[in-house]
Write a protein that binds this ligand. Structure first.
Ligand SMILES: Nc1ncnc2c1ncn2[C@@H]1O[C@H](COP(=O)(O)OP(=O)(O)OP(=O)(O)O)[C@@H](O)[C@H]1O
Ligand SMILES: [Mg+2]
Length: 295
């Protein structure tokens, strides 16, 4: 069964086709990494799925239901979760209150019982219990009573994931989740993504330039270039493909092997009398360069 799908999804900005007829399906229990050079259309693809942008043509479906005409909030309610919008958080409320509101939003309309004070009171307890449970899942129970505005950046991002969990999102979209994080925060957020990935009901889409992260987390990689889907397959296969190595990541295939743990070939003999810094090991880049054929 396929949960999320896009069919011939396209958006044009003037004459520029930023996402070009992308047809792709994403199954629950899988993490798909979306890679490609800067400007390839990755963020725009997310914006089309989440509804922040309206497609010029094509469709976004969830369990076969066409969401193309739906607003971003309707899509959120349908189960599409976009992480790290930061606008999702209420900075002047506590961590627990934020999560509680998300739990409440996910239940809105599900069992409306009219204005019954007892049911409001008992629902309140139930919502708080669920909120605390979600905080526990993201290991933030100790921060429950802190104001969100006072949280470090990494905790705010974690909290955003908690909100998506509280909303009972089925699809989690992460656009460069580790960008702007300090070294201590990166493993925390990656652990959280890893944890989500172990849930067979969740579909995860990850835009990430760091290929070591992609290699570790992805079940599948798709490659966008100039808005079009140009590769789709097993991570090792896609990473090793000349199309990705040469054109899209702008590094040699040999450099990719170095991060795989394969011993690098012996360095070239330095020219006599010089070349102090010449032997620097090339890594798969954090941010790939512009595509060689330009824009
Ligand atoms: N609202 C917009 N109006 C006009 N052009 C846009 C708009 N949004 C995106 N674009 C263009 O669409 C193309 C794709 O941009 P997008 O941000 O999706 O790339 P990306 O793959 O996410 O790149 P990066 O890796 O740098 O984040 C770019 O050429 C960009 O300038
Ligand atoms: Mg982007």
């Amino acid at each position: 069964m396929s949960l999320l799908a896009t069919q011939d999804l396209t958006i044009r900005f003037g004459g520029h086709v930023a996402v070009d007829n992308v047809t792709c399906a994403f199954a629950p229990g899988t993490l798909t990494a979306i890679v490609g050079p800067n400007g390839a259309g990755k963020t725009t693809y997310f914006n089309l799925i989440s509804g922040q942008l309206k497609a010029s043509s094509g469709a976004v479906t969830l369990d076969g239901r066409d969401l193309s005409g739906r607003s971003p909030s309707e899509r959120t309610r349908a189960g599409l979760g976009r992480a790290f919008q930061l606008t999702n958080l209420f900075p002047r409320l506590t961590v627990l209150e934020n999560v509680r509101l998300a739990v409440q939003a996910s239940r809105a309309g599900k069992h409306r019982r009219g204005l019954n004070l007892w049911s409001i009171w008992s629902d309140h307890g139930e919502l708080l219990a669920r909120a605390r449970q979600v905080l526990q899942e993201v290991a933030m129970q100790a921060k429950a009573d802190e104001l969100v505005a006072n949280l470090p950046h990494g905790d705010q991002r974690k909290l955003e994931v908690a909100l998506l969990m509280a909303l009972e999102s089925r699809v989690f979209m992460f656009d460069e989740p580790t960008a702007g994080m300090n070294v201590a925060e990166v493993p925390v957020i990656l652990d959280l993504i890893r944890k989500l990935k172990s849930d067979p009901t969740k579909t995860i889409l990850l835009v990430e330039h760091k290929m070591d992260v992609v290699r570790e987390l992805a079940d599948r990689i798709i490659v966008l270039h100039n808005g079009a889907l140009v590769a789709d397959g097993e991570p090792a296969e896609v990473i090793a493909s000349p199309i990705v190595q040469e054109a899209y990541l702008g590094v040699s295939a040999q450099a990719a092997l170095l991060e795989d743990g394969t011993p690098p070939p012996p360095p070239p003999t330095p020219p006599p009398g010089g070349g102090g810094g010449g032997g620097k090991q090339k890594k798969l880049k954090t941010k790939p360069g512009q595509p060689k054929n330009g824009g």
